[in-house]
Design a protein around this ligand. Structure first.
Ligand code: SF4
Ligand code: SF4
Length: 96
């Protein structure tokens, strides 16, 4: 982990974006894949919270706001514990 992605190096850093209804509406409808969190694997490092470009990961629980998550996959790619898995929306809907 380098200096720029080490959360302890940025203890007060907050996501710049916040999910909210804008001209594009509920952008979660754009998503082809859904990030699914396995809380048992999560160590609370907060990289997903820091790096999510849409600011839709909750800092306290790491819950993802699926109304605005676009499914970019950055959180899953960067999670050091592989606690987030990208699942095809069609598979998720069939299994839920
Ligand atoms: S990046 Fe992974 S391990 Fe870190 S808080 Fe997010 S889900 Fe948990
Ligand atoms: S898939 Fe992208 S938009 Fe959705 S929670 Fe992860 S980083 Fe944020």
């Amino acid at each position: 982990m380098n200096q720029s992605t080490n959360p302890s190096a940025h203890p007060f850093r907050q996501p710049l974006a916040r999910g909210m209804t804008g001209a594009a509406g509920l952008t979660g409808g754009w998503r082809l894949q859904r990030p699914v969190l396995d809380p048992a694997k999560c160590n609370g490092c907060l990289l997903c919270w820091i790096l999510c470009p849409d600011g839709v990961v909750a800092k306290d629980t790491r819950a993802i706001d699926y109304e605005y998550c676009k499914g970019c996959g950055i959180c899953a790619r960067e999670c050091p514990r592989k606690a987030i898995t990208m699942v095809k929306e069609s598979d998720y809907e069939q299994n839920s």
